[in-house]
Design a protein around this ligand. Structure first.
Ligand code: ADP
Ligand code: MG
Length: 292
């Protein structure tokens, strides 16, 4: 009997570190002995770049534009340590729905029963999550992914995107949609960054799965076209990605988050703003702290 494939979607604001985190997660899971496919769902189509020595692969949509019928194997490329890489691709710039590639690619793979054929343990979708609409909602909405994780820093815009994602998850949760596994906190160096993200997850009834510092090791490896797991496997940063991979491999219980309302989120952010200003000026009013 074919084993069950666990499908995971990683969402987050553009530029926040989704592809970096996902590629390191994929690489680490493969090193732990799992069979993994990374499925890039960003119209930028650069998700799997560091799994393939900095090279770009033809996307599902590009391939479909050239040939009328596509065998799924034509769009699957081998990456580091035997992982499978796919890029859904996007429409020609300025034309059509940017989520189109996801809808098409997911349908193609479903029809051809590729995950079963390859006997995969994990499929990890790397999805641009500023908007949970159209094609971008597919991994959540259609019950494709079982667990959703979001990459977020402590910056407001990133938390705002995460909160929007939570609203999308909540909306589809009664109709068999994916549930939230938690937040992967990225670029967390300052102590207050950790406090902000901890406070946000507590208020939205979710959890932080791992705290990932911003690290020059990641930058160095990326400049070589590689993940940290490949180029600096013994580094402190690689240990953190391995820890993340172990936690995600064992993860079972995802939940419906409780997103904040727009005004609630604004008020929450303002209080943190006041607090950080007070920290900077050394003038912390006790009533301010009590309000946080
Ligand atoms: P996204 O996929 O969310 O658009 P990327 O993964 O492409 O974002 O990351 C954007 C940039 O930030 C990349 O150059 C990446 O190397 C860098 N980056 C992301 N996370 C880290 C980190 N923890 N430490 C150092 N650099 C990072
Ligand atoms: Mg990306």
């Amino acid at each position: 009997m074919a084993k069950k494939v666990t499908q995971i979607a990683i969402y987050g604001k553009g530029g926040i570190g989704k592809s970096t985190t996902t590629s390191n997660l994929t690489a680490a899971l493969s090193k732990l002995g799992f069979k993994v496919m990374q499925f890039g769902c960003d119209p930028k189509s650069d998700s799997t770049n560091t799994l393939r020595n900095g090279t770009y692969i033809p996307t599902v949509l590009d391939t479909l534009r050239e040939k009328s019928t596509v065998n799924a194997h034509d769009v699957i490329y081998e990456g580091f340590n035997g992982v499978y890489c796919v890029e859904a691709g996007g429409p020609a710039p300025g034309v059509g729905c940017a989520g189109r590639g996801i809808i098409t690619a997911v349908e193609l793979f479903k029809q051809q029963r590729i995950f079963e054929e390859l006997n995969l343990d994990f499929v990890i979708y790397d999805v641009l999550g500023d908007v949970v609409c159209g094609g971008f909602a597919v991994p959540i909405r259609e019950g494709i992914a079982e667990h959703v994780f979001t990459v977020s820093s402590a910056d407001f815009m990133s938390i705002y995107a995460a909160n929007n994602l939570f609203r999308g998850i909540q909306k589809y949760s009664n109709a068999g949609g994916a549930l939230l596994g938690g937040v992967i906190a990225n670029s967390i160096n300052a102590p207050y960054a950790r406090e902000i993200i901890d406070d946000f997850v507590a208020r939205t009834k979710t959890q932080v799965v791992e705290y990932i510092p911003r690290s020059v090791t990641v930058t160095q490896c990326e400049l070589q076209g590689k993940t940290t797991i490949e180029a600096a496997p013994d580094s402190e940063q690689a240990k953190i990605y391995f820890r993340l991979a172990e936690k995600i491999a064992e993860h079972k219980d995802s939940r419906t988050p409780e997103p904040l309302g727009i005004q609630e989120l604004r008020d929450w952010a303002s209080k943190w703003g006041d607090y950080l200003l007070a920290l900077e000026t050394g003038n912390i009013r006790p009533e301010l702290q009590a309000n946080l």
